[in-house]
Design a protein around this ligand. Structure first.
Ligand code: NI
Length: 203
């Protein structure tokens, strides 16, 4: 009787710890404040098809990048800090990669469809490497892609009636088959980021 009780306690504890670990691993990859992440544990569960709108107003889907490795990150053009920093870093990554980066699709996806029109995305990205790809979409399309790509994004009302977007900052990497293969984290130094990108380009 007693033995059975303790066996059950042990089983419950293992189940509880396992579910906490799963939650931490699932969210850790995308949580801005957690460096590192745990790409290996969530491979296969992130990404997939999407339908979005390119900077010329055209429909863009994952099929447009078939056979190309992808680095995707999510943000918005009114972002004061993280997004422009990541875009400037992406410029530097492409320089560091040289011709090896030509095949890599670095894609900036808006989480602010209300304000980020294709035109605004185009103007905003004109300050960066022309190889950088901007995608926006309808609120429904953006909701679908952030869900599929497990991206956190939340509208935060400001006191002046304006709003900002709180969003995850990790860059999600996909190999040329479209399989999720890890992240470049916001705090990764350039050499580490370039190393990860080289691995995904060469895989
Ligand atoms: Ni941002």
């Amino acid at each position: 009787m007693r033995t059975l009780f303790w066996a059950r306690v042990a089983a419950w504890s293992i189940a509880a710890i396992a579910s906490v670990v799963v939650v931490v691993l699932a969210t850790g990859v995308f949580e801005r404040e957690i460096p590192g992440g745990s790409a290996g544990s969530t491979v296969g569960s992130v990404g997939g098809p999407f339908t979005l709108i390119g900077t010329d107003g055209q429909t863009v889907t994952e099929a447009d990048f078939a056979g190309r490795p992808r680095a995707m990150f999510f943000g918005f053009t009114h972002c004061p800090d993280v997004c422009p920093t990541t875009l400037a870093e992406a410029d530097a990554w492409l320089k560091a990669l040289g011709p090896a980066g030509d095949d890599l699709a670095i894609i900036f996806v808006s989480v602010d469809p209300e304000r980020d029109t294709p035109e605004l995305m185009k103007n905003y990205l004109s300050a960066f490497d022309p190889r950088l790809i901007g995608l926006t979409g309808t609120p429904e399309q953006i909701a679908a892609v952030t869900k599929a790509y497990r991206v956190y994004a939340r509208k935060v009302e400001l006191e002046d009636g304006d709003y900002t977007m709180d969003h995850s900052a990790a860059v999600l990497l996909f190999d040329k088959t479209g399989a999720f293969s890890g992240t470049v984290d916001y705090r990764d130094p350039q050499e580490k980021a370039v190393e990860k990108l080289k691995a995904v380009v060469g895989s």
